[in-house]
Design a protein. Structure first.
Length: 250
């Protein structure tokens, strides 16, 4: 059985006190949630230590939103996977389209980040997804296949077991436009078939999350799809009640 996961990506939102308050609300609301669903909050770096204290002993896991592509040294402003691992950080979001687009994150850099995170026992939530013009040109399968092959096909099966994939069509992120459940299922099944080319039966074990304007009103239909194992949630993860309502949509 694949893990059901709902992960929040707070992006660059909330001050530390606001983030702590939000985490407290999430923990409070999560008490009524089935233990079958893995709940994760992805906070800014500055919030990790304080939010970790709030999450301690709860069923909510902590994620970072990025890590450096080098292990250590003279990289001013960067945060290494090892630094994250010195806190109770279990996951790291890598390859988010905002980082690919605004910070020049290439597949090559992502291979390094994923290997560094895995070496520290931090599970990458690896994001893939096509831009609007790529979908309109019918290139979405090709784009997503390249993001999977170029970044994940060099991993061993043992490493791959710790990867979570998030399919996030760029045109649906923060736009209020959601992929239809049919569009999402189609590409999730395709991603699984690409994974199977390299990893065989293990592809059936890998959780593939949908991200892109997922909210309480559409989560149920998306999560009912055979190959959709949960969601990566941006905007709606900033409201604890909405985030938990999404997690209750399985
Ligand atoms: C995201 O950025 O990962 C995301 C899915 O954002 P939103 O839910 O706001 O579209």
């Amino acid at each position: 059985m694949r893990k059901k996961i709902v992960a929040g990506n707070w992006k660059m939102n909330t001050t530390v006190p606001e983030g702590v308050a939000l985490a407290k609300e999430v923990v409070g609301e999560a008490a009524s949630l089935s233990s079958e669903v893995k709940l994760i909050v992805g906070t800014p770096f500055t919030h990790l230590a304080s939010v970790a204290d709030v999450l301690a002993g709860s069923q909510v896991a902590l994620s970072a939103q990025n890590c450096a592509d080098e292990a250590k040294g003279a990289y001013t402003g960067e945060v290494s996977a090892k630094m994250l691992a010195s806190l109770p950080v279990e996951y790291v979001i890598l390859g988010h389209s905002e980082r690919r687009e605004y910070y020049g994150e290439t597949n090559e850099k992502l291979v390094k980040k994923i290997n560094l995170a895995l070496a520290e026992n931090i599970a990458p939530i690896y994001c893939v997804g096509e831009k609007l013009e790529e979908r309109e040109a019918g290139k979405h399968f090709e784009v997503v296949a390249a993001q999977i092959k170029e970044v994940l096909f060099g991993l061993t099966e043992e490493q791959m077991k710790n990867i979570v994939i998030a399919y996030e069509p760029v045109w649906a992120i923060g736009t209020g436009k959601t992929a239809t459940s049919e569009q999402a299922q189609e590409i999730h099944a395709y991603i699984r078939s690409v994974l199977a080319e390299k990893f065989g039966a293990l592809a059936e074990e890998i959780s593939i999350l949908y991200g892109g304007s997922c909210k309480p009103s559409n989560a149920k239909e998306l999560f009912a799809q055979k190959d959709i194992d949960g969601g990566l949630i941006g905007g709606a993860s900033l409201v604890a009640a909405d985030f938990i309502a999404i997690a209750k949509s399985f």
